[in-house]
Ligand binder design. Structure first.
Ligand SMILES: Cc1cc2nc3c(=O)[nH]c(=O)nc-3n(C[C@H](O)[C@H](O)[C@H](O)COP(=O)(O)OP(=O)(O)OC[C@H]3O[C@@H](n4cnc5c(N)ncnc54)[C@H](O)[C@@H]3O)c2cc1C
Length: 493
């Protein structure tokens, strides 16, 4: 009997993961991607001798990548050259006061004690608790498809959440360990990856702090796109048929079932679809109104993760004062967070982040040059105007110059900007979001848009807008979960 045919839409982390797991489970899998390269938000581009990663730059949770490739008999070491960064990153409070955050628990313990006498002991307790949270999450809770709240009606979970008071905010949780506001900031900032501030994110996500401090910050030599190259190779080895430059125009249904997918070039009949493009885009643009689970107004009530203004900069000479990762915390976070979440506006003096991969990897810039990627979080849905981009550009360049004590502006030999309207154009991203939906408590697990459509029988979703949430590791898990649910529904596992 012929294998059931599955079409996967979108070759980002989640689509590649779903396709590869399905192919391994015996399905005939076609993966359709609109761009001319795989990777989605993790694509890369070359210009003037520089190679820029377009999105992700922090490689955290190496265990999740290891687990992913192990499912196909591979080890990360055989696929790309992964290096641990030390220091993990730099936090700039002011020019005079940068913190280089060392790699490894022993060094970090000493660092905490050096900042505040007695903090090492609080650090030990914090690591011990967050280790437990991390291990429970990655071995269990994150791997639940969250199709129903009943998956979480679990006396052990309720007991643990209560015992550790996980329903309070990450900020309150961090303050219960540390009284130095900067140490609080150091342990809580990683939840910003989940698209909401530490004051709005549950302490459950302190697992991100554990990932940062205990598991470390890594970098694949050659750039983040090396991970995608490896995933493409593994997908093809498993038999996935990847078709680039194949933009899906509609998901074709008949009496509540998917029958195929229509691209600009052809109609592909299939037995099931995994939509791993942005959820809102698939529902609102690729499905007929009667097949959608959510109305536009319902999307309007969801809390989106921020968008971002990105600058890809090629610079002559080196830029001192920066590490591979440098976070500029030299302004008031609460003021910037208000501009992102409460009364959306272009910030006048934002916090921002700079990645300088050329500090580690000489292949991403021509000799004697620096490759910089600057990220400024912005509210999704802001009107996106060149004039505003330029104002922010002037602001961040001035502050990098100040922190590094050297000129920068007159040494920039390449500049490309990217923000809301680019995310909309390239990914159909709702409100130009960069990282999907925020992982607030009311948008966690079963409260997220589901992996399996409630309207169309054989339609599944994967990606950063569904469970478990934004980030490369969660997107990998999302693809695996969607593939697992589909395979069970179709009786293949
Ligand atoms: C600027 C930025 C920085 C980030 N930094 C980090 C980081 O440091 N660490 C980290 O872990 N995560 C980071 N992330 C998050 C991470 O990149 C994402 O969560 C992850 O890549 C999302 O993968 P995905 O498969 O859900 O979606 P995507 O990567 O968006 O993939 C969706 C794919 O679907 C395709 N598609 C859309 N519509 C169609 C259509 N109609 N037909 C065919 N194809 C279609 C798109 O072209 C795209 O390739 C960052 C994201 C951004 C934007």
């Amino acid at each position: 009997m012929a294998s059931p045919r599955v079409t996967v839409i979108g070759a980002g982390f989640s689509g590649l993961a779903a396709a590869t797991h399905l192919a391994k489970a015996g399905f005939e899998v076609r993966l359709l991607e609109q761009h001319d390269q795989a990777g989605g938000r993790a694509r890369s581009f070359e210009a003037e001798g520089f190679r820029f990663d377009m999105g992700p730059s922090w490689y955290w949770m190496p265990d999740i990548f290891e687990r992913y490739f192990a499912a196909f008999g591979k080890r990360v070491d055989d696929l790309y050259d992964l290096r641990r960064l030390d220091p993990s990153y730099r936090l700039v409070w002011s020019k005079e006061d940068p913190w280089d955050i060392p790699a490894g628990l022993d060094a970090l313990r000493g660092f905490f004690e050096g900042q505040r006498s007695g903090a090492a002991e609080s650090f030990d307790r914090f690591v011990e608790q967050t280790r437990y949270i991390y291990e429970s999450a990655v071995s269990d809770y994150l791997l639940r498809p969250s199709l129903s709240v009943f998956e979480f009606v679990d006396p052990r979970l309720v007991f643990e959440l209560g015992k550790m008071r996980m329903l309070r905010s990450m900020h309150a949780y961090a303050e219960s360990f540390f009284d130095d506001p900067r140490l609080v900031r150091l342990v809580e900032w990683p939840v910003l990856f989940l698209g909401a501030s530490a004051k709005k994110t549950s302490a459950m996500y302190s697992l991100m702090s554990y990932a940062d401090m205990a598991l470390g910050t890594w970098y694949p030599m050659g750039g983040m796109h090396r991970i995608i190259d490896a995933m493409v190779d593994v997908a093809q080895e498993q038999g996935v048929d990847i078709q680039l430059q194949s933009r899906v125009e509609s998901v074709v249904t008949k009496q509540g079932r998917v029958v195929g997918v229509q691209t600009e070039q052809a109609m592909f009949e299939c037995d099931a679809v995994v939509a791993a493009a942005d959820y809102h885009h698939v529902e609102q643009n690729l499905l007929d109104a009667h097949d959608r689970q959510f109305r536009e107004a319902q999307w309007g009530r969801k809390t989106m993760s921020p968008s971002s203004l990105l600058f890809y900069l090629g610079v002559r000479g080196s830029v001192e004062g920066l590490r591979h990762h440098t976070l500029f915390f030299d302004r008031d976070l609460d003021v910037h967070m208000r501009d992102v979440y409460e009364r959306p506006a272009w910030p006048s003096d934002p916090l921002f982040y700079v990645c300088a991969p050329s500090k580690t990897d000489p292949t991403v810039a021509p000799d004697g040059h620096e490759n910089l990627f600057v990220l400024v979080p912005l509210a999704a849905g802001l009107p996106d105007a060149d004039e505003q981009r330029d104002k922010i550009f002037e602001n961040v360049v001035r502050r990098i110059e100040h922190a590094s004590g050297t000129s920068l502006k007159d040494r920039i030999v390449y500049r490309r900007d990217y923000a809301m309207r680019d995310f909309e154009r390239d990914y159909g991203a709702y409100k130009g979001n960069a990282y999907g939906m925020a992982n607030t408590l009311s948008q966690t697990g079963p409260f997220k848009p589901p992996l399996r459509s409630r309207k169309v029988e054989n339609l599944y979703f994967a990606g950063q807008l569904t469970v478990p949430g934004p980030g490369m590791p969660p997107s990998l898990i999302s693809g695996e979960l969607a593939a697992g649910v589909l395979a069970r529904d179709l009786g293949a596992s």
